[in-house]
Write a protein that binds this ligand. Structure first.
Ligand SMILES: Cc1ncc(COP(=O)(O)O)c(C=O)c1O
Length: 368
């Protein structure tokens, strides 16, 4: 007999990005990755090794070790001008778990969740897993959230996901638009979930945390991108105590706590020297300029990404396919929703040499 799987999971597709990686040849150049190519800074690794040697290997508080939550409150004050109490934080297994528990705690069956489209693949999938209905909010021609369209779609929505700097576009929302989006959403009783994992990778502009502009905002962040720690699985959310209380129930039963060793590593990350973050940001900036110039020289025009480490460029799907066949892994726009099928994401979280070689192959694919 055919096994009956849960409907809310059955209809979700495995991420298109994974499929492309699996199909890639051995000499491929990978511009598909959404993770830093840098190693985790040494002082962070040392803190993890020390935690292991000192036997800090058991369960921790469900919400995370108090020292880390205190350090994160200081980080919020220092970097985001946000005041949180340690009890308003939950340390999670990456930003992914934070997104998951918020959706589980807030969404009832059939609730609408406004997701930027094109946007990070997980938002719509996690909303669906929670029983909700993801609603695609289109972007404008510069890849900013289309506020007018958002307002048209907002009626009766429960959640709105904001992601600045954004994956896959690299766009940054200004202070004015962040304020306008948050104020409108909160006024309509829509909770804003603000995914700020790329906040440190911004080239010339400033990051504005959504929680500066409204009370009903859940801020999500992680060590993953900032400190090149994707594999450590360490993220966090900050919100009002009542929201935290509900999220904690889900976190407690599905995760118990984030990895103890990663929590000590994160403590070193947030309390230690921040020079490595600046170094990585400056290198991404150089690479951004390199890849944008290369693509412009090939006649491709697109808004210059102001943050994260992606370029999102208009490209016929047949050309994207040819580029992949030439051994450059890129991710078609279809992986990020329904609104950008004729676009492609190229990540520059790879060496300058790889970027140059990839551009050579792209040139061949386009001119053939
Ligand atoms: C916008 C965005 N949010 C969240 C995540 C997931 O972060 P983490 O690895 O901390 O779960 C990613 C990963 O690519 C991302 O691009």
């Amino acid at each position: 007999m055919q096994k009956q799987f849960a409907e809310r999971v059955r209809d979700i597709e495995i991420s298109g990005i994974r499929r492309i990686f699996e199909a890639a040849g051995a000499d491929s150049i990978n511009l598909g990755l959404g993770q830093p190519d840098f190693d985790t800074p040494q002082h962070i690794k040392d803190a993890a090794i020390k935690a292991i040697q000192e036997g800090k290997t058991g369960y921790t508080n469900n919400t995370g070790i108090p020292e880390l939550r205190t350090a994160l409150c200081e980080k919020f004050k220092r970097e985001n001008r946000l005041s949180y109490h340690p009890d308003q934080l939950i340390v999670t297994a990456g930003a992914s778990e934070a997104l998951h528990i918020v959706m589980q705690a807030l969404i009832d069956k059939g609730d609408k969740v406004l997701c930027p489209d094109p946007g990070f693949v997980s938002y719509a999938a996690l909303a669906t897993i929670a029983g909700g209905i993801p609603v695609s909010v289109p972007l404008d021609k510069n890849f900013h959230l289309n506020i007018e369209k958002m307002k048209e779609l907002a009626n009766g929505s429960k959640l709105l996901v904001l992601n600045s700097p954004a994956n896959p576009t690299g766009a940054i929302e200004s202070k004015e638009s962040t304020k306008a989006i948050v104020e409108y959403a909160n006024d309509k009783n829509i909770t804003v979930v603000s995914d700020e994992v790329y906040e440190h990778f911004i080239y010339g502009k400033k990051h504005w945390s959504a929680a500066l502009f409204g009370d009903d905002v859940v801020t999500i962040n992680a060590t993953s991108k900032t400190y090149a720690m994707t594999g450590w699985r360490l993220g966090y959310l900050a919100a009002d105590p009542d929201v935290v209380g509900e999220c904690l129930k889900v976190h407690q039963y599905c995760q118990a706590c984030a990895t103890s060793i990663s929590q000590y590593a994160a403590l070193a990350a947030y309390t230690g020297d921040q020079k490595s973050v600046i170094r990585m940001r400056d290198e991404y900036h150089t690479r951004r300029d390199l890849i944008c110039k290369g693509l412009f020289d090939l006649g491709i025009s697109f808004p210059i990404p102001e943050g994260a480490f992606y370029t999102f460029v208009p490209m016929k799907s047949s050309i994207t396919q040819k580029i992949i066949e030439k051994g450059v892994i890129v991710v078609p726009g279809t992986a990020f929703g329904v609104n950008a099928p004729e676009y492609t994401r190229l990540s520059y979280a790879t060496s300058r040499e790889n970027i140059r070689n990839a551009l050579d192959r792209i040139k061949i694919a386009i001119e053939e």
